[in-house]
Write a protein that binds this ligand. Sequence first.
Ligand code: ADP
Length: 262
Amino acid sequence: MGEVSLIDVSKRFVLQVGNETQTVQALSRVSFTVRDSEIVSLIGPSGCGKTTALRIAMGLELASSGRVTVDGREVKGCGHDRGMVFQHAELLPWLTAIENVMFGLEMKGMRGAELRSTAERYLDLVGLGASKNRRPHQLSGGMQQRVGIARALAIDPKVLLMDEPFGALDAQTRETMQEELLQIHGRTGKTILFVTHDLDEAVLIADRIVIMREGRIQEILHVPLPRPRGDLGVARGTREFAETRYHVWKALHAAPGTSSVH
Ligand code: ADP
Protein backbone atom coordinates (compact mmCIF):
# COMPACT_ATOMS: atom_id res chain seq x y z
CA MET A 1 0.00 0.00 0.00
CA GLY A 2 1.01 3.60 -0.51
CA GLU A 3 -1.67 6.22 -0.49
CA VAL A 4 -0.90 9.83 0.38
CA SER A 5 -3.56 12.41 1.15
CA LEU A 6 -3.43 16.13 1.72
CA ILE A 7 -6.50 17.03 3.73
CA ASP A 8 -7.61 20.63 3.91
CA VAL A 9 -4.02 21.85 3.89
CA SER A 10 -3.35 25.57 4.15
CA LYS A 11 0.00 27.29 4.42
CA ARG A 12 0.75 30.88 5.30
CA PHE A 13 4.30 32.15 5.25
CA VAL A 14 5.07 35.12 7.46
CA LEU A 15 7.99 37.21 6.26
CA GLN A 16 9.90 39.99 7.89
CA VAL A 17 10.81 42.50 5.16
CA GLY A 18 12.68 45.39 6.77
CA ASN A 19 10.36 46.69 9.50
CA GLU A 20 7.30 45.21 7.84
CA THR A 21 5.67 41.85 8.43
CA GLN A 22 4.20 40.37 5.25
CA THR A 23 2.17 37.23 4.84
CA VAL A 24 1.92 34.98 1.82
CA GLN A 25 -1.00 32.57 1.57
CA ALA A 26 0.79 29.83 -0.37
CA LEU A 27 -1.94 27.16 -0.01
CA SER A 28 -5.66 27.48 0.77
CA ARG A 29 -7.55 24.36 1.83
CA VAL A 30 -5.88 21.96 -0.59
CA SER A 31 -7.23 18.40 -0.53
CA PHE A 32 -6.37 15.52 -2.82
CA THR A 33 -5.27 11.89 -2.63
CA VAL A 34 -2.69 10.00 -4.63
CA ARG A 35 -3.92 6.42 -4.59
CA ASP A 36 -1.81 3.30 -4.29
CA SER A 37 0.43 2.87 -7.40
CA GLU A 38 -1.01 5.96 -9.01
CA ILE A 39 0.99 8.76 -10.66
CA VAL A 40 -0.46 12.20 -10.10
CA SER A 41 1.01 15.31 -11.74
CA LEU A 42 0.70 18.60 -9.92
CA ILE A 43 0.76 21.44 -12.45
CA GLY A 44 0.22 25.19 -12.35
CA PRO A 45 1.99 28.46 -12.96
CA SER A 46 5.09 29.44 -11.02
CA GLY A 47 4.23 30.51 -7.46
CA CYS A 48 0.88 28.66 -7.29
CA GLY A 49 2.05 26.47 -4.40
CA LYS A 50 3.18 23.20 -6.04
CA THR A 51 6.52 22.93 -4.26
CA THR A 52 4.99 24.00 -0.95
CA ALA A 53 2.37 21.24 -1.25
CA LEU A 54 5.09 18.68 -2.01
CA ARG A 55 7.34 19.86 0.81
CA ILE A 56 4.43 19.62 3.25
CA ALA A 57 3.67 16.09 1.97
CA MET A 58 7.32 15.21 2.59
CA GLY A 59 7.34 16.81 6.04
CA LEU A 60 10.00 19.39 5.14
CA GLU A 61 7.50 22.13 5.82
CA LEU A 62 4.68 22.28 8.38
CA ALA A 63 1.15 23.08 7.27
CA SER A 64 -0.49 26.06 8.99
CA SER A 65 -3.64 23.93 9.16
CA GLY A 66 -4.85 20.63 7.76
CA ARG A 67 -3.00 17.34 7.69
CA VAL A 68 -1.13 14.80 5.59
CA THR A 69 -1.77 11.08 5.86
CA VAL A 70 0.03 8.06 4.41
CA ASP A 71 -2.21 5.01 4.28
CA GLY A 72 -4.60 6.81 6.60
CA ARG A 73 -1.99 7.56 9.29
CA GLU A 74 -1.21 11.18 9.96
CA VAL A 75 2.45 12.03 9.38
CA LYS A 76 4.37 14.75 11.14
CA GLY A 77 7.81 15.39 9.73
CA CYS A 78 9.96 13.34 7.34
CA GLY A 79 9.85 9.56 7.36
CA HIS A 80 11.15 6.63 5.34
CA ASP A 81 7.63 6.01 4.05
CA ARG A 82 8.23 8.96 1.68
CA GLY A 83 11.17 9.59 -0.64
CA MET A 84 11.89 12.84 -2.42
CA VAL A 85 13.62 13.63 -5.72
CA PHE A 86 14.61 17.25 -6.32
CA GLN A 87 15.24 19.23 -9.52
CA HIS A 88 18.97 18.87 -8.93
CA ALA A 89 19.98 15.52 -7.50
CA GLU A 90 22.20 17.24 -4.90
CA LEU A 91 24.54 14.30 -4.66
CA LEU A 92 27.48 14.40 -2.29
CA PRO A 93 30.34 15.28 -4.68
CA TRP A 94 33.04 13.34 -2.84
CA LEU A 95 31.08 10.08 -2.93
CA THR A 96 30.63 7.75 -5.93
CA ALA A 97 27.19 6.98 -7.34
CA ILE A 98 26.88 3.79 -5.31
CA GLU A 99 28.18 5.47 -2.16
CA ASN A 100 25.56 8.20 -2.57
CA VAL A 101 22.82 5.57 -2.69
CA MET A 102 24.41 3.68 0.24
CA PHE A 103 24.50 6.91 2.25
CA GLY A 104 20.70 7.16 2.12
CA LEU A 105 20.39 3.52 3.17
CA GLU A 106 22.80 4.02 6.08
CA MET A 107 20.63 6.89 7.25
CA LYS A 108 17.79 4.36 7.34
CA GLY A 109 19.91 2.07 9.50
CA MET A 110 21.01 -0.53 6.94
CA ARG A 111 24.48 -2.02 7.45
CA GLY A 112 26.79 -4.74 6.12
CA ALA A 113 26.63 -6.64 2.82
CA GLU A 114 22.96 -5.80 2.34
CA LEU A 115 23.91 -2.14 2.04
CA ARG A 116 26.03 -2.53 -1.11
CA SER A 117 23.81 -5.16 -2.74
CA THR A 118 20.67 -3.03 -2.25
CA ALA A 119 22.38 0.07 -3.65
CA GLU A 120 23.62 -1.97 -6.64
CA ARG A 121 20.14 -3.32 -7.29
CA TYR A 122 18.62 0.16 -7.46
CA LEU A 123 21.44 1.55 -9.62
CA ASP A 124 20.80 -1.37 -12.00
CA LEU A 125 17.09 -0.50 -11.95
CA VAL A 126 17.83 3.04 -13.18
CA GLY A 127 20.33 1.74 -15.76
CA LEU A 128 23.47 2.93 -14.01
CA GLY A 129 25.03 -0.37 -12.95
CA ALA A 130 28.09 0.22 -15.16
CA SER A 131 28.70 3.72 -13.77
CA LYS A 132 28.32 2.96 -10.09
CA ASN A 133 31.91 3.90 -9.23
CA ARG A 134 31.82 7.31 -10.90
CA ARG A 135 31.63 10.50 -8.90
CA PRO A 136 28.86 13.04 -9.64
CA HIS A 137 31.11 15.31 -11.79
CA GLN A 138 31.81 12.29 -14.02
CA LEU A 139 28.07 11.81 -14.68
CA SER A 140 25.78 13.75 -17.05
CA GLY A 141 22.79 15.68 -15.67
CA GLY A 142 20.44 12.84 -16.62
CA MET A 143 22.69 10.27 -14.97
CA GLN A 144 22.88 12.35 -11.79
CA GLN A 145 19.08 12.49 -11.69
CA ARG A 146 18.99 8.70 -12.10
CA VAL A 147 21.25 8.39 -9.04
CA GLY A 148 18.84 10.69 -7.19
CA ILE A 149 15.93 8.47 -8.17
CA ALA A 150 17.85 5.32 -7.16
CA ARG A 151 18.70 6.93 -3.81
CA ALA A 152 15.04 7.75 -3.17
CA LEU A 153 13.76 4.33 -4.32
CA ALA A 154 16.40 2.34 -2.43
CA ILE A 155 14.90 3.22 0.95
CA ASP A 156 11.73 1.54 -0.39
CA PRO A 157 9.34 4.38 0.40
CA LYS A 158 5.61 3.93 -0.02
CA VAL A 159 5.39 7.20 -1.91
CA LEU A 160 7.82 8.99 -4.20
CA LEU A 161 7.57 12.78 -4.22
CA MET A 162 9.24 14.39 -7.24
CA ASP A 163 9.79 18.14 -7.58
CA GLU A 164 10.39 18.99 -11.25
CA PRO A 165 12.97 16.21 -11.39
CA PHE A 166 13.62 16.61 -15.12
CA GLY A 167 13.25 20.40 -15.27
CA ALA A 168 16.96 21.07 -15.67
CA LEU A 169 17.52 18.50 -18.44
CA ASP A 170 17.59 19.05 -22.20
CA ALA A 171 14.45 18.06 -24.11
CA GLN A 172 15.74 14.74 -25.43
CA THR A 173 17.18 13.55 -22.11
CA ARG A 174 13.97 14.66 -20.46
CA GLU A 175 11.84 12.46 -22.69
CA THR A 176 14.17 9.49 -22.11
CA MET A 177 13.88 10.04 -18.36
CA GLN A 178 10.07 10.24 -18.57
CA GLU A 179 10.01 6.87 -20.37
CA GLU A 180 12.41 5.39 -17.84
CA LEU A 181 10.35 6.68 -14.94
CA LEU A 182 7.27 4.98 -16.41
CA GLN A 183 9.23 1.73 -16.80
CA ILE A 184 10.42 1.97 -13.19
CA HIS A 185 6.86 2.65 -12.12
CA GLY A 186 5.73 -0.42 -14.07
CA ARG A 187 8.30 -2.55 -12.23
CA THR A 188 7.92 -1.12 -8.71
CA GLY A 189 4.29 0.06 -8.65
CA LYS A 190 5.31 3.05 -6.53
CA THR A 191 2.82 5.78 -5.77
CA ILE A 192 4.19 8.99 -7.30
CA LEU A 193 3.32 12.66 -6.82
CA PHE A 194 5.10 14.58 -9.56
CA VAL A 195 5.39 18.37 -9.66
CA THR A 196 5.96 19.90 -13.07
CA HIS A 197 5.14 23.07 -14.94
CA ASP A 198 5.50 21.26 -18.27
CA LEU A 199 2.12 20.56 -19.80
CA ASP A 200 3.22 17.64 -22.04
CA GLU A 201 5.09 15.99 -19.19
CA ALA A 202 2.11 16.32 -16.85
CA VAL A 203 -0.13 14.52 -19.34
CA LEU A 204 2.34 11.90 -20.57
CA ILE A 205 3.27 10.46 -17.20
CA ALA A 206 0.15 10.82 -15.04
CA ASP A 207 -3.02 8.88 -14.30
CA ARG A 208 -4.56 12.08 -12.96
CA ILE A 209 -3.59 15.73 -13.08
CA VAL A 210 -4.14 18.20 -10.26
CA ILE A 211 -4.25 21.73 -11.69
CA MET A 212 -3.41 24.45 -9.18
CA ARG A 213 -3.84 28.18 -9.26
CA GLU A 214 -3.01 30.75 -6.59
CA GLY A 215 -2.72 28.20 -3.81
CA ARG A 216 -5.95 26.38 -4.62
CA ILE A 217 -6.94 23.35 -6.60
CA GLN A 218 -8.59 24.48 -9.77
CA GLU A 219 -9.40 21.10 -11.25
CA ILE A 220 -8.52 17.41 -11.00
CA LEU A 221 -8.80 15.36 -14.16
CA HIS A 222 -8.22 11.82 -15.30
CA VAL A 223 -5.75 11.08 -18.14
CA PRO A 224 -7.35 8.54 -20.49
CA LEU A 225 -4.05 7.20 -21.88
CA PRO A 226 -3.60 3.43 -21.38
CA ARG A 227 -0.69 1.85 -19.49
CA PRO A 228 1.95 0.77 -20.26
CA ARG A 229 2.61 3.83 -22.40
CA GLY A 230 5.91 2.56 -23.86
CA ASP A 231 7.18 4.92 -26.53
CA LEU A 232 6.01 8.38 -25.46
CA GLY A 233 6.40 9.60 -29.04
CA VAL A 234 3.52 7.28 -29.93
CA ALA A 235 1.46 8.41 -26.90
CA ARG A 236 1.96 12.01 -28.04
CA GLY A 237 0.38 11.18 -31.39
CA THR A 238 -2.90 9.96 -29.91
CA ARG A 239 -6.20 11.80 -29.84
CA GLU A 240 -6.45 11.20 -26.07
CA PHE A 241 -3.15 13.02 -25.53
CA ALA A 242 -4.14 15.96 -27.72
CA GLU A 243 -7.55 16.31 -26.08
CA THR A 244 -6.23 16.07 -22.53
CA ARG A 245 -3.40 18.48 -23.28
CA TYR A 246 -5.84 21.00 -24.74
CA HIS A 247 -8.15 20.62 -21.73
CA VAL A 248 -5.29 21.32 -19.29
CA TRP A 249 -4.00 24.18 -21.45
CA LYS A 250 -7.45 25.79 -21.40
CA ALA A 251 -7.72 25.34 -17.63
CA LEU A 252 -4.32 26.96 -17.13
CA HIS A 253 -5.39 29.90 -19.29
CA ALA A 254 -8.92 30.21 -17.88
CA ALA A 255 -10.02 33.29 -15.99
CA PRO A 256 -9.44 33.01 -12.22
CA GLY A 257 -12.38 31.70 -10.23
CA THR A 258 -13.57 29.12 -12.78
CA SER A 259 -13.01 25.68 -11.37
CA SER A 260 -14.35 22.17 -11.42
CA VAL A 261 -13.26 19.03 -9.57
CA HIS A 262 -13.93 15.56 -11.03
P1 ADP B 1 5.47 26.82 -7.12
O1 ADP B 1 6.20 25.59 -6.71
O2 ADP B 1 4.13 26.55 -7.71
O3 ADP B 1 6.30 27.71 -8.02
P2 ADP B 1 5.82 27.63 -4.36
O4 ADP B 1 5.19 26.57 -3.57
O5 ADP B 1 7.31 27.59 -4.49
O6 ADP B 1 5.16 27.69 -5.81
O7 ADP B 1 5.43 29.05 -3.75
C1 ADP B 1 4.09 29.43 -3.45
C2 ADP B 1 4.10 30.81 -2.82
O8 ADP B 1 4.68 30.73 -1.52
C3 ADP B 1 4.91 31.84 -3.58
O9 ADP B 1 4.27 33.08 -3.47
C4 ADP B 1 6.24 31.84 -2.86
O10 ADP B 1 6.88 33.07 -3.01
C5 ADP B 1 5.80 31.58 -1.43
N1 ADP B 1 6.84 30.88 -0.65
C6 ADP B 1 7.32 29.63 -0.88
N2 ADP B 1 8.22 29.30 0.06
C7 ADP B 1 8.34 30.36 0.89
C8 ADP B 1 9.11 30.64 2.07
N3 ADP B 1 9.96 29.73 2.57
N4 ADP B 1 8.96 31.83 2.65
C9 ADP B 1 8.10 32.73 2.16
N5 ADP B 1 7.32 32.54 1.07
C10 ADP B 1 7.44 31.37 0.43
